[in-house]
Design a protein around this ligand. Structure first.
Ligand SMILES: [Zn+2]
Length: 282
């Protein structure tokens, strides 16, 4: 339903025909293993049910199709990475699920099995030899899994904004990581405060870092109508975010890949993604 809502919004706004579309593909296990332990991957395959569903953690249901879907989800991100970087394909958006940013090195959490953004970042470093990879995460929930996998690895700069205190009850609010910039947001935070905090804390660091590629955990559950969080962003804030990323990327034709995370009000999700892509593509 979430993917269909995005597709419908892109068609209604006319953006659909301006974009180049690609089908995803299944991820190679080599890509998954850069981010997750072999034991964890084996365990997921062992517990996958033949019918019905099991709970892998209190929020994360697994059905017979879940692992296959998670592998395709990560594979679509790898495909976007491999296709990116040309002048006509500077920015990519991966409309995919399940999401990934809560999945830790050896733990499924919060609807996530494999950490799509970390898997993409590690492929960008190991296969494409990028040395400065910026990761932005504006989902309402902190990307604990991404920090678990990439924290203190100097090839990556992780900029995160999230409702706080809130799920996943931030294990990472302290400055334990030398490559993480946290922007915690109080319940109810709206456009003006959000933009001011991003301008103050993210943008100067990102400009100074001069990333060679920008990866985005694009969650849209900080929208005021989202049922899963209590922040108050509107569509225009996602347009603004898209523009900030485009401006950051424009100087050196830096590629960007945005990967869908949360966003659970279907109307708000579709409109927010359309606004974000409008900002990103101008
Ligand atoms: Zn979220």
């Amino acid at each position: 339903m979430r993917i269909m809502a995005i597709e419908q919004a892109l068609k209604q706004t006319g953006l659909w025909n301006e974009l180049e579309h690609h089908e995803g593909k299944k991820a190679d296990l080599t890509d998954i293993k850069r981010a997750h332990s072999e034991g964890y991957i084996e365990q997921l395959h062992l517990i996958q049910p033949d019918h019905g569903q099991i709970l892998v953690d209190e929020d994360t249901a697994m059905t017979p199709g879940s692992l296959e879907a998670a592998l395709w989800s990560a594979g679509a991100c790898a495909l976007a990475l491999d296709n990116s970087g040309s002048s006509t394909r500077q920015h990519a958006f991966v409309a995919t699920r399940p999401p990934g940013h809560h999945a830790e090195h050896r733990k499924a959490m919060g609807f996530c099995f494999f950490n799509n953004i970390a898997i993409t970042a590690l492929r960008a470093a190991d296969v494409h030899h990028y040395q400065r990879i910026a990761i932005l995460d504006f989902d309402a929930h902190q990307g604990n899994g991404t920090i678990d996998i990439l924290g203190n690895d100097k090839r990556f700069l992780l900029c995160s904004s999230f409702q706080h205190p809130f799920y996943p009850y931030s294990h990472y609010e302290q400055a334990k990581f030398n490559n993480v910039i946290n922007v915690p947001l109080c319940e109810g935070t709206g456009s003006a405060t959000f933009r001011a905090l991003i301008e103050e804390h993210w943008l100067p660091k990102l400009k100074a870092y001069a990333p060679e590629i920008i990866l985005v955990s694009a969650g849209f559950d900080a929208h005021k109508d989202d049922p899963m969080a209590e922040l108050s962003l509107i569509e225009d804030d996602y347009l603004w975010l898209g523009r900030q990323i485009r401006e950051l990327a424009s100087k050196r034709n830096t590629p960007s890949i945005s990967i869908l995370e949360g966003g659970y009000n279907l109307n708000a999700l579709g409109a927010s993604v359309a606004a974000y892509l409008r900002g990103l593509s101008d």
